[in-house]
Design a protein around this ligand. Structure first.
Ligand SMILES: O=c1ccn([C@@H]2O[C@H](COP(=O)(O)O)[C@@H](O)[C@H]2O)c(=O)[nH]1
Length: 233
């Protein structure tokens, strides 16, 4: 069992992003480029990071009509990113076209479906019309994503066990909502510690503020890595 840390580069500042990448370079982690960095720095920053050898998760959470999402996924694959995501709520045809868009490639990016955002609690989802218990909604969307040919889902670490039990260990879980005991919860609600997420068997942990807002990002990263190793040993 192995859990890969993906560091979320949630900044609009190219130099700040580069400084974190350089500081963490001894560990060669994966990096996530999301909306803030991509909207301000575009494909240039992605290419720059990949030229330095980084594995990139392009977290733009595509949610649109099937043709538009398929074209966006193709563009992400052309860039050479290792992982890209779409919203499961885009539905079956959208997810199938996203998966089919890269199926012919020899090394396609992983296509991951976003289930229910880790910032949302039961009340939040009820307000937007979802009445199921949150874990059942996540499982339902995950099963649909798998049926459509996606490689895995973004979910809370609290839902890893349910997804792995019901959909198989090979179906990938990518889990934000990771908070070491020493860090603030921020806007996340469905959280666990890195040790708990590792024990539950997550494949990728997405961690942003606990590392990038820490006074010493390398120290934070190494402390989390040690916590994970201790949990798995
Ligand atoms: O459900 C989701 C989907 C994506 N995210 C993203 O993960 C990181 C988490 O950052 P933290 O600072 O560790 O909270 C962030 O980029 C989100 O956009 C998520 O949190 N939840």
């Amino acid at each position: 069992m192995h859990s890969t840390i993906i560091v979320a580069l949630d900044t609009r500042d190219r130099l700040a992003a580069k400084s974190i990448v350089t500081e963490l370079s001894p560990h060669n982690p994966w990096f996530k480029v999301g909306k803030a960095l991509f909207v301000s720095r575009g494909t240039d920053i992605v290419e720059e990071l990949m030229n330095n050898g980084a594995n990139i998760f392009l977290d733009l959470k595509f949610h649109d009509i099937p043709n538009t999402v398929a074209e966006a996924v193709k563009a992400a694959a052309d860039m050479g990113v290792r992982m890209v995501n779409v919203h499961c709520l885009g539905g079956r045809r959208m997810m199938e076209e996203a998966a089919n868009a890269v199926a012919h490639l020899s090394s396609p990016p992983l296509i991951i479906g976003v289930t229910v955002l880790t910032s949302m609690n039961q009340r939040d989802i009820e307000e937007v019309g979802i009445t199921e218990p949150i874990d059942q909604e996540v499982l339902k969307l995950s099963a649909l994503a798998k049926d459509c040919g996606l490689d895995g889902v973004v979910c809370s670490p609290q839902e890893i066990a349910l997804i792995k039990q019901q959909l198989g260990a090979e179906f990938i879980t990518v889990t934000p909502g990771i908070r070491p005991a020493w860090s603030a919860t921020d806007d996340q609600t469905r959280i666990t510690t890195p040790a708990e997420a590792a024990t539950l068997g997550t494949d990728y942990m997405v961690i942003g503020r606990p590392i990038i807002k820490h006074q010493r990002p390398l120290e934070a990263y190494e402390s989390i890595q040690q916590e994970i190793q201790a949990a798995l040993s």
